[in-house]
Design a protein around this ligand. Structure first.
Ligand SMILES: Cc1cc2nc3c(=O)[nH]c(=O)nc-3n(C[C@H](O)[C@H](O)[C@H](O)COP(=O)(O)O)c2cc1C
Length: 165
């Protein structure tokens, strides 16, 4: 059946192509629900405000991490440095959840979720709000602890990982 003339244009293809070239900082989001760690690579991560100190992550509800954050009510954001390409790949779906934490030096006993020993920026977040939108949920977390080192963050764009120039 033909779409009615009034159908809203579908910009999915254009949006994907447009956003491919926009370099994004790469993070891994982790949490522990019960005694089960979960983690995934994410670029849809942003600061929300300093007042209160808060950040957001956009998580596809088909991921293991989604239910784990909903259960644990907290999560950890780790921005990766340029030598963490293998970690980003593993947590971006190259390895199943059960094998991901064997890549990198993870402290699985850490509150708020597994902690990468040499993560560039490490922020513990207490879940404060969430909003479903389409396939994803936006989780907003209040910063409960912040640690950071110095150096360039790992970037992702045009389908590949990049170092800052
Ligand atoms: C560079 C990169 C960025 C990603 N960013 C996000 C993101 O912001 N949100 C999201 O839900 N998935 C994102 N993904 C996809 C998840 O990392 C991937 O689907 C992961 O395997 C989900 O975990 P699961 O296998 O346990 O479902 C990204 C993947 C890559 C490689």
């Amino acid at each position: 059946m033909n779409q009615p003339d009034t159908a809203a244009p579908d910009y999915r293809t254009e949006l994907r192509s447009a956003m491919r070239q926009v370099m994004a900082s790469v993070a891994v989001i982790t949490t522990t629900a019960g005694d089960r760690p979960a983690g995934m690579t994410a670029t849809a991560v942003s600061m929300v405000s300093l007042d209160p100190p808060s950040l957001l992550v956009c998580v596809n509800r088909s991921t293991r991490l989604y239910q784990a954050i909903a259960d644990a009510q907290r999560f950890r954001i780790t921005f990766l440095s340029q030598n963490h390409c293998e970690v980003a790949q593993a947590f971006g779906g190259q390895l199943p959840q059960e094998q991901r934490f064997s890549i990198g030096a993870w402290d699985l006993g850490s509150a708020y979720g597994p902690r990468l020993a040499d993560g560039l920026v490490d922020i513990e977040c207490a879940l404060e709000a969430q909003l479903d939108h389409g396939s994803h949920t936006i989780f907003i977390g209040g910063a409960a602890a912040v640690r950071y080192g110095e150096g360039p963050v790992l970037l992702y764009g045009n389908g590949d990982y990049h170092r800052a120039a």
